[in-house]
Structure formats: structure tokens, C-alpha cells
Design a binder for this molecule. Structure first.
Ligand code: AMP
Ligand code: MG
Length: 316
């Protein structure tokens, strides 16, 4: 069910139920962080392993301070520049955060979302919300209320329009005086580095990957997906299949062997491509194709974030 009525959503959350939450990244499946039963039901509803920890969403820095033991200086600096926004910070938790939320880690992932509807809801609640993406485990992330409703029709989803970033938050941790990049996301590594200097890269693609819950397979459509710089070259090797191609900027040649061509960002703007990525995958996923071929994005800025998601969508 889709609603714009904040009072319904508030009531559901107070009763310990899950709701669909709009944010600027993707829609979340949200619950009261302090209600263990509600938190547990996030894992069962999504079919998500309990070893995969959840991100806590709050409305203010004061609410962050209530959940953590320490707030490193570099975290303050990042918060000043990027909160509210699509940056998640891993911080040492205090005893009010249960191990169920953090998969028994002594650190908790926290962010302040930059979405007016999410912020007004959070400001009206006296508890933060845990909210992983509102998709069954391994499936394509939702970027509209309708995507969430198609996955979970019996849950109330708060309609906040299409997500403006369209990909998940960037995740960073802290060690001594270093900032560690743990997941590529809606804020590019380059933009973060322009504010805090060099980051240590320990994302899934790096050999030092260390983040819990960084499953290789994720974001998958129902059919096979291939990511390549040369979609038409791949096509020539495949016969008798119903194929859709997702292009970055334009369609170079209209091949008669292609059922559907979609373009992510005619302007070439990577932010526009990120905004459209999951939505385009949902569209292709509904077409009953045998194969989706996606043109790999340039390996810079948000291109790295999208390539990370696509490589995981391509993992069988
Ligand atoms: P999702 O909400 O599905 O975008 O995923 C949240 C991701 O954040 C998890 O899969 C982990 O990779 C990361 N994460 C969340 N909480 C923690 C934590 N306490 N420590 C380290 N990583 C975390
Ligand atoms: Mg997710």
C-alpha cells in the first residue's frame, strides 16, 4: 500500500511494524531501532542473513551522539560537509544499540538522509529507524514507492517520489587518523577526498575488502546480466536470445537482434545515470528477457559506484 499520510506511517512504526521509507539513495524497509522484534522482522521479510548489519537513520548529530561512544574529528568534518546526505559512517556503538542491528559488531553504521519526507518523519519520532534497502535479499534496489509496493504489497510505503541519487550511500570507517572507504556509493571517492584528503580504499573490489555483508551477488534481475564495454561485440556471440541492452549515453547501432535498447544518461552526466540505473533495470527485468547486456560505465566518480553494483548484479 502506498500512502503520503505521515500519521499512518508513524502509527505503524510505533506498533512495531515495518514501513517503506523514501530516502535520496533508494527506498528503505524501516523499523524502530529499539524494537528488537521489529528489527528481527526486517531480516525475515527481506530474507536477509542476520550477519548483514543494518544502517541506522537519524535526524540530527545529537541523535548520532546518543548512539555512539566516540565521534572522531574526521567524522565531524565529514558530517559538516555531507550530512544530511548519502554518506554512512561506521562508529563505535554504545550499549543502547543492540547487536541484532550491527550483526554483533561493536560498531554501528549511521547516516542522516537528505530527503524532506524522511527528515520530517524522523523528526516526529522519538526513535531512529533502521532501514536496509526495501528489496528481497539479492534483488534490484527500489527507487520509487511503486517498486517497493511491487515487492511488499502488504506493507505501507511512504511515497516521497523517485529517489534523487538512485544508488546506495557511500560507507566510510575510521582507523586512527585515517578515513577508510568501505563501499562505493552516491558520493564519489573523489568528492570525499576533496574534503578530507586521501582515503584508504577497502571496497569490495579492493584486495583488502573488510566490510561485513559485502556479498558478491546482489541487485540481480531474474535473467542473466552481462556488463561489458562492448555490448554489440557480446551480442554477436549470442544467438536466439531475447536481449535488452542498457547503454550509458546513446545507442550506436540499432541491431535487429536486440528486443529493447535503453539509455541511462543522454547528457553523459554520471549523476543522471546513477539516478536512472535501478529503475532501468526494473523496467528491463519486467520484460521477460533472456539476457540483459549493460554497457560498463567510465571508471571514475559515480561510474565506479555503478560498476560495483553492476558487477554484483552480473554475479550468478
Ligand atoms: P544496505 O542497507 O543493504 O545498503 O546495506 C548496509 C551495509 O552497510 C551492510 O551490507 C554492510 O556492508 C554495511 N554495514 C552496516 N552496518 C555495519 C557495521 N556495523 N559495521 C560494518 N559495516 C556495516
Ligand atoms: Mg541493499
Amino acid at each position: 500500500m502506498i500512502t503520503k499520510d505521515l500519521s499512518i506511517i508513524r502509527e505503524k512504526l510505533k506498533q512495531g511494524e515495518l514501513i517503506g521509507l523514501p530516502t535520496e539513495t533508494v527506498y528503505g524497509l524501516a523499523a524502530n531501532v529499539f524494537n528488537s522484534k521489529a528489527v528481527a522482522s526486517i531480516f525475515t521479510t527481506k530474507n536477509r542473513p542476520t550477519t548483514n548489519p543494518l544502517i541506522v537513520h537519524v535526524a540530527s548529530i545529537n541523535q548520532v551522539r546518543a548512539l555512539v561512544k566516540r565521534f572522531p574529528e574526521k567524522a565531524s568534518l565529514l558530517a559538516k560537509h555531507f550530512w544530511p546526505g548519502p554518506l554512512t559512517m561506521i562508529l563505535p556503538k554504545n550499549q543502547v544499540v543492540s547487536g541484532l542491528v550491527t550483526a554483533d559488531n561493536d560498531h554501528v553504521a549511521i547516516r542522516i538522509p537528505n530527503h524532506p519526507t524522511a527528515l520530517s518523519l524522523l523528526n516526529q519520532l522519538d526513535f531512529p529507524l533502521v532501514a536496509p534497502s526495501a528489496n528481497p535479499f539479492n534483488r534490484i534496489s527500489p527507487t520509487t514507492a511503486e517498486h517497493v509496493d511491487a515487492y511488499f504489497p502488504s506493507i505501507y510505503t511512504l511515497d516521497g517520489g523517485p529517489c534523487s541519487s538512485g544508488v546506495e550511500s557511500t560507507i566510510v570507517g575510521f582507523e586512527d587518523d585515517e578515513v577508510i572507504l568501505l563501499r562505493h556509493g552516491a558520493i564519489s571517492m573523489e568528492i570525499l577526498e576533496s574534503q578530507v584528503g586521501r582515503l584508504l580504499n577497502r571496497t569490495a573490489a579492493s584486495e583488502h575488502a573488510s566490510l561485513p555483508g559485502q556479498h558478491k551477488k546482489h541487485y540481480s534481475p531474474n535473467c542473466q546480466l552481462i556488463v561489458t564495454y562492448e555490448p554489440l561485440f557480446m551480442l554477436s556471440a549470442i544467438k536466439h536470445k531475447k536481449v535488452g541492452i542498457l547503454w550509458y549515453q546513446s545507442v550506436p547501432i540499432e541491431s535487429i537482434y536486440v528486443e529493447v535498447n535503453l539509455v541511462l544518461a543522454p547528457s553523459g552526466d554520471l549523476a543522471e545515470a546513477a539516478q536512472n540505473l535501478f529503475s532501468a533495470l526494473h523496467t528491463l527485468d519486467k520484460m521477460g528477457l533472456d539476457l540483459i547486456i549493460v554497457e560498463r560505465l567510465p571508471a571514475q566518480g559515480l561510474g565506479n559506484t555503478m560498476n560495483d553494483r553492476l558487477d554484483r548484479a552480473a554475479t550468478q
